[in-house]
Design a protein around this ligand. Structure first.
Ligand code: HEC
Length: 172
């Protein structure tokens, strides 16, 4: 009797088409979805660099904070802590790798950006569009960069990259 049941189960398993219930994810599609898109050359929009206090305040806020939940001060005009879809806004957390005026607990993976205006801008060593491209997609300048990508992957808008650039090149 036992043998008959076992045979019946074996016959059922053989006959059943299990392809519908067994998940077989397409690994190539998943890898492609997660992969970074190609490095992209970015162009500054008109009026990108500005000395307006509201612009500098946004750039500073994006530079020094990680996300809406952890940011202590109220968000400056033009920035929010929580997005309309209820998710918290992600900021740049640039201080994780860069020192700059007023940075607290900064990391040193990236170069010190203190006195950027006098050292790099006024001397003519750097131009705003270099800084803009670096923030938008640093891979264009350095394919092996360890810096985060901010515009190509849609983390920031063009305006936000302009805000960050304006802040870095401004006199502080
Ligand atoms: C994970 C570390 C890391 C983070 C986070 C990071 N950077 Fe960088 N950054 C670097 C490194 C490393 C370099 C050196 C050059 C390179 O690899 O591209 C660099 C270079 C730069 C430069 C070029 C300086 C110069 O004149 O050569 C600028 C400007 C800059 N980063 C701005 C930012 C801003 C703004 C943010 C936040 C949105 C940021 N970085 C976040 C690591 C980082």
């Amino acid at each position: 009797m036992q043998k008959v049941i076992l045979l019946a189960i074996a016959a059922f398993l053989n006959a059943a088409d299990l392809s519908q219930v067994i998940e077989s994810p397409d690994a190539t599609a998943i890898l492609k979805k997660d992969a970074l898109s190609a490095p992209k050359v970015a162009m500054m929009i008109e009026g990108c660099i500005s000395n307006e206090p509201a612009v500098i305040a946004r750039g500073k806020y994006l530079f020094h904070n990680l996300n809406g939940k952890d940011a202590k001060d109220p968000a400056p005009e033009g920035l929010v802590k929580i997005l309309p879809d209820g998710k918290e806004k992600q900021y740049g957390n640039c201080v994780a790798c860069h020192n700059i005026e007023g940075a607290k607990g900064y990391g040193n993976i990236g170069p010190d950006l203190s006195n950027y205006k006098s050292i790099f801008m006024d001397s003519g060593v750097r131009k705003s569009d270099f800084v803009y491209q670096k923030i938008a997609d640093p891979r264009v300048d350095n394919p092996k960069t360890h810096m985060t990508i901010n515009l190509t992957n849609g983390l920031f808008s063009e305006r936000e990259v302009c805000d960050l650039t304006s802040y870095i090149v401004s006199k502080k």
